[in-house]
Design a protein around this ligand. Sequence first.
Ligand code: AQP
Length: 383
Amino acid sequence: MTKTNQKPRIFSGIQPSGNLHIGNYLGAITQWVEMQAEYNCIFCVVDYHAITVPQKPEVLRAKIMETAKIYLAAGIDPKRSIIFQQSDISAHTELCWIFNTITQNGDLTKMTQFKDKAGVDFNSLEKGLSDSWNEKIFNSGLIKKIEKEKDISLALNSAHEVIWDFVQSFKLQFNKVGVGLFDYPVLMAADILLYNTDVVPVGDDQTQHVELARDIAKRFNNRFGEIFKVPEVKIKKEGARIMGLDNPEKKMSKSAASDANYVALTDEPDKAAKKIMRAVTDTGKDILYDKENKPGITNLISIYSNLTETPVRDIEKKYKRKGYGDFKKDLAEIVKKFLADFQKKYNAISDKDVRRILNEGADQARPIAEETLRKVKEKIGIK
Ligand code: AQP
C-alpha cells in the first residue's frame, strides 16, 4: 500500500456539475492516472463546488456517482489512491470559513472563472464607465452646450447621471450573483491545503485558483505560524486547454449552453463522431497546428495527439496532402473507438462498488483533514 509512504502528495477534483468531457479527461484525469506511480494521490468529487450554480437534486445525485465511476474507468485505482466525495468530510467547509476571514474581496473579483460564470467583471467597470461617458456626454453635443452656456452645474449633473446609471446597472447584475460562486476559490483552497498537498494537477483554467490557494497558505502561515505547505500547480504541455468544438475561442465546458460544445465521456460513440465531423474549423485547408490563426483545427489536432499519443509534428506530416474532411473522418473514428473502450470499463462498474469506494476513501482522508483543521483551530485561538 503506497498511501502512507513518504512520496509527495497530490490532490485534485472535478465538480459533478454536468457531463464530464474529453477536456476534463485530457487536461486533468490522464495526468492523475500517470501520477499514481510517483505520488500519494487524493481525488475528490467536489460536490459542494457543483452547487455554486443551480443543480437539480436527482441529477446531482446521479452525477456524483457518474463522476466517481469515470475516475475509476479512466484508471484511478482505489488500491493506490484515495477517492472520496467532498461533502463527506466537513473539514472542507469549516476550513473554507476560516479562510474566508483572511481572504479579501479583491482576491476573488479578479478570478477569470468568476467573471465568466457570473458575467460580472469588476475590471471592466472603469472601461464601461468611460465608454458610457464617451457615448452619452462627448457624443451628445452636451459639451458644446456647456461651453456655450458656461454652465458648470449642467456638466456636473450630466456626469452624475452617467455614473449613477452605470453603477446601478452594474449593481443590479452583481446582486444576482450567488455568494457561493464568488467564494468557490476559497473552498478550493481549503480542499487543497487540508491534505498537505505538494502538487495540484489541473487543466490550465484552474491555474489562477491554485495560485490563490498558494497565497492563502502563505498568508495564513505568516499571520499564525507555519502550518500549510505551499503547493505547486501542474498542467500538461499539450491538452491543458481543450477548446469548445462549436467555438474554439473558448474552452470546452460541461456547463456550455449547447452539447455540440463537447464530447462527453458518456456520449454514445456514433453521436460523438458526428460532433467531431461538425466541429468548427478555420478558413484554408491545411492541417497545421497554429493556435493564433487556426484555432479550430489546432484544437482537433490537440485532441488527436492526446488520444493517440502522437506528436503534433507527426500528425501535420501525416496529413500534409490531405484536407479537413479526411482528418476529421480519422479523428471521428479515433474518438469513437476511445469512447467505446472507455464505456466498456465504465459500464462494468456497479453503483454499489462506487459507493463503497467513496465511503472507504472518506474514511482514509478524514483523519488527515481533521488533523490539519485541529492545528488551524489551535493556531487561530479557538481551541
Ligand atoms: N477544456 C478543458 N481542457 C482541459 N482541461 C479542462 N478542465 C476543465 N475544462 C477543461 C479541467 O478539468 C478539471 C475539472 O474542473 P472542474 O469540474 O472543477 O470545473 P471547470 O474547470 O470549470 O471545468 P468545466 O468542465 O468547464 O466545468 P464547468 O462548466 O462546470 O465549470 C480541472 O482540472 C480543469 O482544469
